[in-house]
Design a protein around this ligand. Structure first.
Ligand code: MG
Length: 472
C-alpha cells in the first residue's frame, strides 16, 4: 500500500469515527429536554444587583449569571404590582385579559373571593402536557382558596406563603406606623401569614426570618429529587417585599443594611441552585432566569429598593415600576452578552413552551413572544412594543425606544396625582432612560404610529371579568 493510500484509509476511518462521535453528541443533547427555573423576586429595584450597578449590595452569584449568561437591560414585568404581574408571567398574557387586573383593587387580599380563572393556561400546565415535573415555591398571590392554589394550576407541588408577607397583620398594630418603625420592632409574629405545603397549612405565622433560605433549599431538593425527568421550578421569593427579614447568617452583614442582608440571602440561594445544577450534571440542559414582579417600594425608604437610573417605582408606569434587572443563565445554551432589546416576563410562557415543544394556545391572545433566537443566537429580540397598564387602562406604550405616556400617576403618596396628557408625554428611552426630557413636540409622527398600535391592540382586546374587586 502506498503512503497516500494508507493516509486516505486513515483519514476515512477517522472521519467515520468523528462523524459517529459528533452525531452521538448531537443525539444525546437533542434527546435531553431543557429544564426551566424561574427565580422571581418581589419588589426588587432595577438598581439593586451588583451587576446592575449597586455599589454596596454583594450579589456574586447573580453577577455570575450575568457574566456567564445574558443580562437584559430592557426587560419588563407585565404590571407594576404583585397580583397582575404574577398572572402575566404565568399566562403569557396581559392581566387585563384574564381579569387579574382591576381598577378597584390593585392586588388580591386574604379576604378576596376569587383568583386566577380556571380557563387560563399557565406555563406549568403547558409543560405538564409533555411530562414535566412542576413545582411552585414561594409567593403565589393568584388566589389563596384551594381551587386557585398552584396545585390546581399545573403545579405538582407547592411550598410557600400564598400571598404577600405583609398581609394578615395582627390586630392592634397600625400598619401605617410600620412605615416609620425601626426594623428592630418589626417581628415576623406580627404577620399571621400561613405557610402551605401543597394545600395544607403547615406553619402559622410562617417564620419569615428563615423563609428565604427555606425556599432556596426547597428548590434545591426538588431539583435533586427530579433530576432524571424534565422539571420546571417557579421559585417566587416573598422578599425583598417589606417587612424585611433575614436569617442569622445574613443579618447585619450587608453595608446596605437589612435590605442588603435580604438580597444577599436571596443571592446565596441562587448560588446553591446553580451549584446543584452543575454538580448534578444538569447545567447544560437547564435555563435559569432571574427577574422580579415589579419595581422597588420606595416609600419604605431604606427598606425599599432602588430603581437606579430609572424614574419612580412600584405601582407606577414610569420605568422604575416595571423594568426589572433580568438575567438568563444556561451554559452551552444561552449565548453570553448584554441584551438591550426589549423583553417581558410574558415572553417566558411562549419561549419556554416553544423550547419544550408545546404548542402555543390558539384560542386566545397570547402576548408573549419567543425570545429563543435572542437567547441562543443573540439575534434581535422579536419584541418591539410594551403596553403599560394600570388596572385595566393603558397608561403608556413603548414602541422601540420611544415611550408615550397618556396618563401618569404616582403611587403610595409619591410622584403625584393622576394626570392625563394630550398630547402624550414622549421620551426616547435610548437617549433618556430616566424619562426626563419630553420630546413630544418634535415627533408627532411617532405619536401617530403609537396611536395606531393602540388601535390595533384595542381591536383584539377582550377584557376579562374583574377577579380582584370582590372581597368577603
Ligand atoms: Mg411585588
Amino acid at each position: 500500500m502506498t503512503t497516500t493510500k494508507a493516509h486516505r484509509k486513515l483519514y476515512f476511518f477517522v472521519s467515520i469515527l468523528s462523524c459517529l462521535f459528533f452525531n452521538n453528541t448531537l443525539i444525546s443533547q437533542d434527546s435531553k429536554p431543557t429544564n426551566f427555573v424561574i427565580i422571581f423576586a418581589d419588589d426588587l429595584g432595577y438598581g439593586d444587583l451588583g451587576t446592575f450597578g449597586n455599589p454596596t449590595i454583594k450579589t456574586p452569584n447573580l453577577d455570575k449569571m450575568a457574566h456567564e449568561g445574558q443580562k437584559w437591560t430592557n426587560f419588563y414585568a407585565g404590571a407594576s404590582v404583585c397580583t397582575p404581574s404574577r398572572a402575566a408571567i404565568l399566562t403569557g398574557r396581559l392581566p387585563v385579559r384574564s381579569g387579574m387586573a382591576s381598577n378597584k383593587q390593585r392586588v388580591l387580599f386574604p379576604d378576596s373571593k376569587y383568583g386566577l380563572p380556571a380557563n387560563e393556561i399557565t406555563l406549568a400546565e403547558q409543560l405538564k402536557t409533555v411530562g414535566y415535573n412542576t413545582a411552585c415555591i414561594g409567593k403565589w398571590h393568584l388566589g389563596h382558596k384551594k381551587q386557585y392554589l398552584p396545585t390546581n394550576n399545573g403545579f405538582d407541588y407547592y411550598f410557600g406563603i400564598p400571598y404577600s408577607n405583609d398581609m394578615d397583620r395582627i390586630q392592634g398594630e397600625e400598619y401605617k406606623n410600620y412605615w416609620e418603625r425601626s426594623n428592630d420592632s418589626i417581628k415576623t409574629e406580627h404577620f399571621n401569614v400561613p405557610l402551605l405545603r401543597n394545600t395544607e397549612i403547615i406553619e402559622r405565622p410562617a417564620d419569615q426570618n428563615s423563609i428565604t433560605t427555606r425556599y432556596s433549599n426547597e428548590a434545591v431538593s426538588y431539583i435533586k429529587k427530579h433530576k432524571n425527568k424534565p422539571f420546571f421550578v417557579y421559585l417566587a421569593h416573598n422578599l425583598p417585599h417589606v417587612p424585611l427579614f433575614a436569617s442569622k447568617d445574613f443579618l447585619g452583614k450587608s453595608e446596605r443594611g437589612l435590605y442588603g442582608d435580604v438580597l444577599e440571602e436571596i443571592d446565596n440561594g441562587v448560588g446553591k441552585i446553580l451549584e446543584t445544577l452543575q454538580k448534578e450534571g444538569l447545567a447544560e440542559n437547564t435555563i435559569v432566569v432571574f427577574t422580579s414582579d415589579n419595581g422597588p417600594w420606595l416609600p419604605f425608604k431604606l427598606n425599599g429598593g432602588s430603581a437606579g437610573p430609572l424614574k419612580a417605582g412600584k405601582g407606577t408606569t414610569w420605568e422604575g415600576g416595571m423594568r426589572e434587572p433580568t438575567l438568563f443563565w444556561g451554559p452551552g445554551q444561552i449565548k453570553p452578552g448584554t441584551i438591550m432589546d426589549i423583553g417581558s416576563t410574558m415572553d417566558l410562557f411562549t419561549t419556554f413552551s416553544k423550547i419544550a415543544g408545546v404548542e402555543i394556545p390558539k384560542d386566545r391572545v397570547i402576548d408573549g413572544v419567543d425570545l429563543s433566537p435572542t437567547l441562543f443566537k443573540r439575534e434581535e429580540s422579536p419584541r418591539k412594543n410594551m403596553f403599560y397598564y394600570r388596572g385595566t387602562e393603558i397608561y403608556a406604550v413603548r414602541s422601540e425606544n420611544y415611550k408615550a405616556h397618556f396618563v401618569t400617576q404616582g403611587a403610595y403618596g409619591q410622584f403625584g396625582e393622576r394626570e392625563e396628557h394630550d398630547p402624550p408625554l414622549l421620551y426616547n428611552l435610548g437617549e433618556d432612560p430616566s424619562e426626563q426630557f419630553n420630546i413630544a413636540e418634535k415627533h408627532p409622527d411617532v405619536l401617530e404610529s403609537i396611536n395606531e398600535l393602540i388601535d390595533q391592540h384595542r381591536s383584539k382586546l377582550i377584557k376579562g371579568k374583574d377577579q380582584l374587586a370582590d372581597r368577603e
